[in-house]
Design a protein around this ligand. Structure first.
Ligand code: 5GP
Ligand code: MG
Ligand code: MG
Length: 183
């Protein structure tokens, strides 16, 4: 395979690296204020949330804990069904903990809605959501996202952790994939 510029595979860059960094810093100031004097456990959803987790966690001034879950949602093709299977569970007992779920993107919201109910059943002190991206036009369930990066149009995006066929996660910005990539 010939090396090529990753940006060349995009039709459009939706959110630049600097904008992501600035927005995450704003969210971190709010998180620090909201969790002042409390313990905080960040729960990242693999694999898409790896980048946002890494940057968010390092921007926070408090000594937080991190854990990871991997889930797969069954569905036809690119449509999420809301039927979710845990591929990797947490190592942490959530009882009495303040949990902040860190997600890359909320599309239909079905995956996160399931995950929220699942984590709440483990009797944590609190559970909130931080998501870098949300597609309001794709929502099928209402989800209360306390810390949101950006609302974006209903398009398939890649970069900053988000993949197409496991590629493009390493793109530093968030962009729309060019149609010739799918062909
Ligand atoms: P939901 O259950 O909210 O419909 O789907 C959530 C998951 O679908 C996300 O965590 C992500 O893995 C995947 N997903 C949804 N929209 C996109 C998108 O535009 N690009 C990529 N790469 N993945 C997406
Ligand atoms: Mg995700
Ligand atoms: Mg994916």
């Amino acid at each position: 395979m010939e090396p090529r510029d990753i940006d060349g595979d995009l039709t459009e860059i939706l959110i630049e690296e600097e904008a992501i960094r600035d927005r995450l810093a704003e969210l971190c100031r709010r998180i620090e204020a909201d969790y002042a004097g409390k313990d905080l456990l960040l729960v990242g959803v693999l694999k898409g949330a790896v980048m946002v987790m890494a940057d968010l966690a390092r921007e926070l001034k408090h000594p937080i804990a991190m854990d990871w879950m991997a889930v797969s949602s069954y569905g036809s093709g690119t449509q999420s069904s809301g039927v979710v299977r845990i591929l990797k569970d947490l190592d942490t007992d959530l009882h009495g903990r303040n949990v902040l779920i860190v997600e890359d993107i909320i599309d239909s919201g079905l995956t996160l809605s399931w995950l929220l109910a699942n984590l709440k059943s483990r009797e944590p002190e609190s559970v909130e959501i931080c998501a870098l991206l949300r597609k309001p036009d794709a929502a099928r369930v209402d989800i209360d996202v306390k810390y949101l990066g950006f609302d974006i149009p209903n398009q398939f995006v890649v970069g900053y952790g988000l993949d197409y066929d496991e590629k493009y996660r390493n793109l530093r910005s968030v962009g729309v994939l060019a149609p010739h990539i799918y062909a």
